[in-house]
Write a protein that binds this ligand. Structure first.
Ligand code: BG6
Ligand code: MG
Length: 211
């Protein structure tokens, strides 16, 4: 029986997945590499540093430890410039209704994000105070696909993982949810998220009667 909802942020709640892509694409150009949408699929849900490692592999290049850290900062600065422009119009389809419905049904909500910028993005779209618990990359040792993010969120909700439903747009996040023994709903295509219990295009398509 589902008693708690855990939501990923980027690409599930707000349209920030495209900002990450834009900023990584800009950085990859410095390495002479054109980052594609397909490449980007593998970066979703992946931490900032691991994303850069994957991009460097694709670009077949390496960086000194110092330059690696500098480039992480550059990417994040570009990303933050884009986030700065955000307001509630950047919520993805159906998100506002989804929150209203969950709150009216008294189902607690937790965030389970791989981002270190989660609080800022939630504040920008006006949802920061809607969560009972927030777990992001600042709070875990092992990021997605390790289940730690979602297990910690369930623990903070004081709900058994088996009684939590996770909404995720990344393959690594879906694996984390499944390995954490949670019910995993993919936001996107089953082709990209084969481990998801099922997929829907956005939170607006979720039927609360199925809970
Ligand atoms: C995830 C995104 O939510 O957060 C990834 O899907 C991103 O694309 C990761 O790399 C880390 O985000 P940040 O904000 O800490 O750089
Ligand atoms: Mg995501």
């Amino acid at each position: 029986m589902i008693q708690g909802i855990i939501l990923d942020l980027d690409g599930v709640i707000c349209d920030t997945a495209k900002f990450h892509f834009e900023a990584w694409k800009r950085l990859a150009e410095d390495y002479g590499y054109i980052l594609t949408e397909t490449d980007n699929e593998a970066l979703k849900g992946v931490s900032r540093a691991n994303s850069l490692k994957l991009i460097l592999q694709k670009a077949n290049t390496t960086l000194s430890t110092e330059q690696f850290e500098i480039d992480l900062i550059r990417k994040n600065q570009w990303y933050l410039e884009l986030v700065e422009e955000m307001d509630s119009s950047y919520l993805l389809e159906g998100v506002a209704n989804f929150f209203e419905k969950a709150i009216s049904l008294n189902i607690p909500l937790a965030l389970g994000s791989a981002s270190k910028n989660a609080n800022l993005a939630l504040e920008k779209v006006g949802l920061l105070n809607k969560f009972t618990a927030i777990v992001d990359a600042n709070h875990v040792v092992n990021g997605k696909p390790n289940p730690e993010t979602f297990l910690k969120a369930a623990q903070l909700l004081q709900i058994a993982p088996e009684n939590c439903i996770v909404f995720e747009d990344s393959a690594s996040g879906i694996k984390a949810a499944v390995d954490g023994k949670m019910f995993a709903v993919g936001i996107g295509n089953q082709k990209d998220l084969p481990l998801a219990n099922y997929c829907i295009p956005n939170l607006g398509a979720f039927d609360f009667n199925t809970l």
